[in-house]
Design a protein around this ligand. Structure first.
Ligand code: NAP
Length: 305
């Protein structure tokens, strides 16, 4: 498993991370097998959130990793806060409470990276700064980041924070490429040229903020998996053709497509199956050519100018 530098080199981590949003849905035995497979494959970075499974995912993970003999410093834990039922909450009180609860559920005394989950328009950046400084100085959180934020929101936070934002977790898959489309269609009078995220891809590269891709196999917002899906015949034909050439599965190609981008994006995969995870990790040993990358992009229905 290849490693990448996160942020400005603050952390070095596996380029594929396991997202634990769905592990509350599986048995303890299956979770133990999934986590040990991840570690054996070289995955040393696990993504959580306080809300996954209403807290249960963090608990299931803690139990599962406890069955392995990996010590705490061998892997990194990331969790998120800021989503409450029906609203967003970046208040100091909520951030501090949420971290304390995650630490308890994860059975650890520190979190490697804490992300603000989704923008809270009622955010007082001074309060976020106070919360981060308290968490950092107490040793509860080492590094900080955001999720689903655009450049000016990060700039606003940066005006007040004492710590660097090292990660921005964003939705990205072959069928969800807004941040790439707008950069390819500059000056065009088509929908793909609409820059909905304000050049977030280029901004993160400029500022040494690592983009993490969430839901790398989903189309829409959890509408389903595009692989082996009749809705995407051309895309699946192309992915399967390249998978055959490279000797890997279609899942590995979907991840290799993200990893091929020079922005050095860390991909957060959410499978709950050990066998599928092993197949996906093969993505790290192959590299798509420039031509293959664009062929897949076009097969997803994207037109180049
Ligand atoms: N920051 C945010 O706002 C945000 C939002 C959503 C998610 N996330 C993070 O991103 C992680 C990944 O999200 P996700 O689980 O939606 O992503 P995903 O990896 O795109 O999807 C995984 C799901 O797809 C299923 N699947 C079916 N066929 C598949 C195939 N051929 N290859 C791979 N998966 C297949 C998996 O089933 P099996 O389990 O049966 O393999 C699993 O249910 C989450 O765990 C979470 O950590 C963050």
């Amino acid at each position: 498993m290849k490693k990448i530098n996160i942020g400005n080199g603050e952390i070095s981590a596996s380029e594929i991370s396991l997202g634990c949003m769905r592990i509350n849905e599986i048995t303890s035995n299956d979770a133990a097998s999934l986590i040990s497979t991840a570690l054996e494959q070289g995955i040393d970075f696990f993504d959580h959130a306080d809300i996954y499974g209403d807290g249960k995912s963090e608990e299931v993970f803690a139990e599962a990793i406890g069955t392995t003999n990996y010590s705490r410093e061998k892997y990194m834990l990331q969790t998120k806060c800021g989503i409450q039922p029906g609203y967003f909450d970046f208040s100091k009180e909520h951030i501090l409470n949420s971290v304390d609860k995650s630490l308890k559920r994860l059975k650890t005394d520190y979190i490697d990276v804490l992300l603000l989950h989704r923008p809270d328009t009622l955010m007082e950046p001074e309060e976020v700064a106070e919360a981060f400084t308290k968490l950092h100085s107490s040793g509860k959180v080492k590094y900080f980041g955001v999720s689903n934020q655009k450049p000016m929101q990060i700039e606003l936070l940066n005006k007040y924070l004492e710590q660097n934002i090292i990660i921005n977790q964003l939705q990205l898959s072959i069928t969800n490429t807004g941040m790439i489309d707008s950069g390819l269609n500059v000056n065009m009078e088509n929908n793909a040229s609409i820059d909905r995220d304000n050049s977030i891809l280029e901004y993160c590269r400029l500022k040494d903020i690592t983009i993490q891709a969430w839901s790398p196999f989903q189309y829409g917002m959890f509408a389903g998996v595009f692989l082996d899906n009749d809705k995407f015949p051309e895309l699946n034909n192309k992915i399967n053709e390249i998978a055959k050439i490279k000797g890997v599965t279609n899942s590995a190609i979907a991840v290799a497509w993200i990893l091929r981008h020079p922005a050095k994006i860390q991909t957060i995969v959410g499978t709950t199956k050990s066998s599928r995870l092993k197949d996906i990790c093969q993505a790290s040993r192959i590299e798509l050519t420039r031509q293959e990358w664009y062929e897949i992009y076009r097969a997803a229905g994207n037109k180049l100018p």
